[in-house]
Design a binder for this molecule. Structure first.
Ligand SMILES: Cc1ncc(COP(=O)(O)O)c(C=O)c1O
Length: 431
């Protein structure tokens, strides 16, 4: 077995360390199999129990996963800095990355007035908290306790860490944002897929998994990748379903005011454990690394208490910047433009008989019979789109197109090119 030459050590800790080095050095990639326990044990002249212990350590750290009869494999996006994925070739229109349109993000330089602050000053900017409370309350989210964290994923991680333990099961949308999925597995939690349709989580599917789950991570709008958003009726149904359950609810409002649709929460004051995390990444820019986290009192105390021990606080340079931009309500125009672009693509696809999803947000999700063949064929035609595989647990194949920069005129060409690829595929697969 080729990988064995990178693996060394005589103790479980050393063997696990050599696997981590191989991943960090790009010698072992996501999906690669580790050697069977007995074969590596013979190669390293250690007992099989030592190798098994090394694999358990790696599994606990979220580096590898036991994959049934396929053995132990390196996880997608293990929690180790590793070489980046291959880039989209030059000259290809890249619609694969989920980014907002740079041209629709606010000019930061105009508003940047950094001031020095020292230890012992207020933890968070009072004006930022007041504005965030106003926004949360407008959306029916209780806002008695609001913290400032470094983005949606940072908030999700902090809340999950404070309430869950390794091995706990977390209900998660399927398909689902890869970042959330990777984070859940890196925390040694077990993702439990719940199918979504255009209105969000499907209640009967959620009901099935709820008894075994300690937490639910949900995206009430701009669901990535499908664009799903809670309809009023669906939100009511889901709230009723969750009412009698003592489950931690974590809502990820990563798109915030550029989602293009109202926010419909599943939480209320009667719940014991919950958090709603609203990031500014899509509306003001991913590099700001700012999100507002509303939660119940206990979650708030734990998250903020832990935060002040490590990172201490989110820089007030960033907090003031968000206040300055929020004051002029710039994101509203961006939201309109994204909606136009999303709807233009959906319209062009529909006109060519291609079903697609994208009620809100920055992406359109298009079911296909053959994911990688479609991505390759689109590359040939000059379009970079994302294969759905990394987003899916049990849901069927699709590709994701980020619409944030796709003009309505380009949408016509893209739909034509995609139709030219998908229609023969459909004839071949008989659908
Ligand atoms: C559903 C979802 N949640 C969270 C994020 C990341 O948000 P943040 O940059 O605030 O961590 C993304 C990024 O695309 C996303 O799609």
């Amino acid at each position: 077995m080729l990988e064995q030459k990178y693996l060394s050590g005589s103790s479980a800790v050393n063997i696990a360390g050599s696997v981590e080095s191989a991943v960090a050095g790009g010698k072992l990639a996501a999906g690669d199999a580790l050697p069977p326990v007995r074969s590596l044990a013979a190669h390293l002249r250690v007992s099989p129990a030592t190798v098994a212990a090394a694999y358990r350590l790696l599994q606990d750290r979220g580096v590898v996963m036991a994959d049934g009869r396929r053995g132990t494999r390196v996880r997608p996006a293990p929690p180790i800095a590793a070489p980046a994925e291959t880039a989209i070739p030059e000259g290809v229109r890249d619609l694969s990355d989920g980014n907002p349109d740079l041209a629709l993000l606010p000019d930061l330089a105009k508003r940047l007035r950094p001031a020095q602050r020292v230890y012992g000053d207020e933890l968070n900017d009072p004006e930022l908290l007041a504005l965030a409370r106003e926004h949360f309350r407008e959306d029916g989210v209780p806002a008695d306790h609001v913290a400032v964290v470094s983005g949606a994923l940072d908030g999700i991680e902090r809340v999950l860490r404070e309430h869950l333990r390794a091995g706990d099961r977390v209900a998660i949308e399927d398909p689902c944002f890869t970042g959330a999925l990777d984070l859940v597995t890196a925390l040694s939690l077990v993702p439990v897929p719940v199918a979504v349709d255009d209105e969000g989580l499907i209640p009967s599917e959620l009901r099935r998994v709820l008894p075994s789950c300690k937490a639910l991570v949900v995206t009430p709008r701009a669901q990535n990748p499908t664009g799903a958003a809670h309809s009023p009726r669906r939100a009511r149904e889901l709230r009723a379903l969750l009412a009698s359950r003592d489950i931690l609810i974590v809502e990820d409002d990563h798109a915030g005011p550029v989602a293009g649709i109202e926010y419909r929460t599943l939480v209320d004051r009667s719940r014991e454990k919950w958090a709603v995390i609203r990031s500014v990444s899509k509306s003001l820019g991913p590099d700001l690394r700012v999100a507002l986290l509303a939660s119940d009192a206990r979650t708030h105390a734990r998250v903020e208490g832990r935060q002040t021990l490590g990172m201490r606080w989110v820089s007030h340079i960033l907090q003031r910047l968000v206040v300055a931009i929020w004051r002029d309500r710039a994101p509203l125009r961006a939201s309109r433009v994204y909606t136009e672009r999303r709807e233009a693509l959906l319209r062009e696809l529909r006109a060519r008989g291609i079903a697609a999803h994208g009620v809100s947000g920055l992406n359109v999700w298009i079911p296909v019979a053959e994911e990688s063949a479609t991505v390759q064929a689109m590359l040939q035609k000059g379009w970079g789109v994302k294969a759905g595989e990394r987003y899916r647990l049990a849901s069927p194949p699709a590709v994701r197109v980020t619409i944030s920069m796709l003009t309505p005129r380009e949408a016509v060409r893209l739909a034509e090119d995609l139709a030219g690829i998908l229609l023969p595929q459909r004839r071949r697969s008989g659908v």
